[in-house]
Design a protein around this ligand. Structure first.
Ligand SMILES: [Zn+2]
Ligand SMILES: [Zn+2]
Length: 143
């Protein structure tokens, strides 16, 4: 689990400018247990004080491009959530398309061996993947 200082350093190395807004977003991101939406983060008092939605949006884009955030897509773009890549390991997710509930899958990575094979045959290095499963959760099936 990285410290706030680690994160800030990582951002700096990738060319992000240290601003009050970036500091606030990183601090609040560290507290999130689950993937979060822009709107959810925006409601945090620390963020409210320091940045508006456009600023958060821009920071999210930068953090996604440097690999600190991963965007989980929903059919409704506004409902998109971001998962914070705290360390080198990654999570696979299961998302309900009806209520947008997100569950982390506790099965280990199902495609690790495929990834290795692709790396070997293609000669690619530093491989990564985004794997998300979609469906309708139990609660939503009952309605
Ligand atoms: Zn649901
Ligand atoms: Zn995986």
């Amino acid at each position: 689990m990285p410290s706030y200082e680690n994160l800030l350093e990582k951002c700096r190395l990738k060319g992000l400018r240290k601003t009050k807004a970036l500091e606030a977003v990183l601090k609040v991101m560290l507290k999130q247990e689950k993937p979060f939406s822009l709107v959810e983060l925006e409601q945090d008092p620390v963020i409210k004080k320091t940045c508006d939605r456009t600023t958060i949006f821009r920071i999210f884009q930068r953090l996604t491009s440097i690999g600190l955030l991963r965007k989980l897509s929903f059919s409704d773009e506004k409902a998109s959530r971001f998962s914070f890549n705290k360390d080198e390991s990654h999570k696979e997710y299961l998302i309900c398309q009806s209520c947008s509930d997100i569950q982390e899958l506790d099965i280990g990575c199902p495609v690790n061996s495929i990834e290795k094979e692709i790396a070997e045959t293609s000669g690619f290095a530093k491989m990564r993947h985004d794997l998300t499963f979609y469906g309708i959760c139990k609660n939503c099936q009952e309605d």
